[in-house]
Design a protein around this ligand. Structure first.
Ligand SMILES: Cc1cc2nc3c(=O)[nH]c(=O)nc-3n(C[C@H](O)[C@H](O)[C@H](O)COP(=O)(O)OP(=O)(O)OC[C@H]3O[C@@H](n4cnc5c(N)ncnc54)[C@H](O)[C@@H]3O)c2cc1C
Length: 406
């Protein structure tokens, strides 16, 4: 899969990132993680504190897949409103999902603190504004639902918004305690943590074949360089390329665009440097970075053809800057980095842990969705819990064939 093209900001923030050897001998281990992006790193982080013998293999360099294009909003609310998710899954189901999302943000914070590499994790409030007057009703319903689940948030009127921001909008949900992170450093931070606890990490090590050895009850992974890994369990964390290994019919893709601007001297017009997004579909969203740049993203297109996606990049770059200037006319920016990428979701709005009969002893982490980092934190924890204890109570909520409980 041709995941993305353009220029990438995050890797430039960490030019001295650790590097790891490629696998040059056969290995036996308890768990092998295929993929060294943020979700592979999240699994490695949880496995690092167990007694299990763990290896991570990455076909290129750590963190250079979708992780390096992630705008890294760390939020519980996603593109699909919780009020809509409840219509599909029912209140208790989504109540549990909400609780797990809240916990995952706390877990990301804790993991960032444990990592020796500074992941630039910062708590940020979010502003989710009504793009159109007719969206206010749905925003109010969403606000009431989240309030019921004890989330800390406010409903802002037009006057409230005008008093804080240099733009006018009719209404918004203001959520406290979301967060932002540097996803490239987070990935390296977690893998560095895991490696120091004995997890073996291999870069430039591509899996190009695998089979289940029934007699030994192990999965054998073959690498492109001719080495073999025998593992009791495999966790596939290959990101959107995971569907090249196992087709998942609930996965869906669009193309998306982001711009990272030059560092800006004065961000005082930006109330608390909130994460900002909106109810329009496709939406535009924006955040700031540790070195005072602005990342603007969105304007998604339905295309899943790389050529089509890439041909729109220059135009989208200008449009994103334009959208930003509609909100902040006095902040002058220029695009230092811009990219386009495929962006995975699921047709029902929840991420997936794939467990398939034709892939024994294997877990597929499809943390797809606009909160992919939060979702992968949840899924990693549940998969590791299941591997270590033999049972995870909450894992079935995310199985590909999840029951639609009402
Ligand atoms: C433009 C954009 C913006 C986003 N914004 C947000 C956001 O604001 N908030 C949020 O939470 N999420 C966001 N996401 C989603 C987020 O980026 C993903 O959830 C996350 O990066 C996925 O990480 P991953 O490790 O699963 O995938 P990847 O980073 O793609 O890692 C998978 C790795 O597996 C490796 N691999 C694949 N096949 C093999 C093989 N055969 N052998 C060995 N290695 C293999 C790849 O090389 C790759 O490094 C965004 C995504 C995009 C594209």
């Amino acid at each position: 899969m041709n995941l993305k093209s353009g220029t990438y900001y995050w890797p430039t923030t960490f030019p001295d990132a650790p590097s790891y050897p490629s696998l040059d001998e056969d290995v036996n281990c308890d768990v092998v993680i295929v993929g060294g992006g943020s979700s592979g790193a999240q699994c490695a982080y949880y496995l690092a504190d167990t007694q299990l013998d763990v290896a991570v293999i990455e076909k290129h360099k750590i963190g250079h897949g979708s992780t390096s294009s992630n705008t890294a909003f760390i939020q519980y609310s996603g593109e699909k409103l919780f009020t809509d998710l409840i219509n599909t899954f029912g209140q208790p189901y989504i109540g549990k999902h909400l609780e797990l999302c809240r916990q995952a943000i706390n877990d990301i914070e804790e993991a960032s603190k444990l990592a020796e590499i500074d992941c630039e994790f910062l708590r940020r409030d979010s502003l989710y504004f009504a793009s159109y007057h007719e969206d206010i009703k749905r925003l109010k319903e969403e606000y009431a639902l989240l309030k019921k689940h004890d989330f800390e948030l406010e409903f802002l009127t037009a006057a409230d918004i005008e008093s804080r921001y240099p733009f006018r909008k009719d209404a918004a949900i203001y959520s406290y305690n979301d967060a932002e992170i540097n996803p490239f450093k987070y990935t390296h931070g977690l893998l560095d943590y895991a490696a120091k606890k004995g997890v073996s990490v291999f870069e430039n090590t591509e899996m190009n074949g695998h089979f289940y050895d029934k007699e030994r009850d192990r999965v054998t992974i073959r690498t492109k360089l001719g080495k073999v890994i025998h593992a009791k369990r495999v966790i596939y964390c290959a990101g959107y390329e995971g569907i090249d290994i196992k087709k998942e019919k609930k996965a869906s893709f669009v193309s998306t665009y982001t711009v990272t601007t030059n560092p800006v001297e004065d961000l005082s017009a930006w109330y608390k440097r909130n994460l900002i997004w909106e109810t329009a579909r496709p939406y535009v969203y924006m955040r700031t970075t540790a070195d005072n740049r602005i990342i603007i993203g969105g304007l998604d297109e339905d295309t899943i053809y790389a050529e089509d996606r890439d041909s729109k990049l220059m135009n989208k770059k200008d449009k994103l800057i334009n959208e930003f200037n509609k909100l902040f006319p006095d902040i002058h920016v220029k695009p230092d980095y811009y990219l386009t990428a495929f962006y995975g979701g699921t047709i029902d709005g929840l991420p997936i842990i794939g467990i398939y009969d034709d892939h024994p002893n294997s877990y597929f982490l499809f943390g797809f969705g606009d909160n992919g980092t939060v979702y992968s934190q949840i899924l990693s924890k549940l998969v590791v819990e299941e591997i270590v204890t033999g049972k995870s109570e909450d894992l079935p909520y995310y199985l590909q064939d999840r029951p639609l409980l009402k």
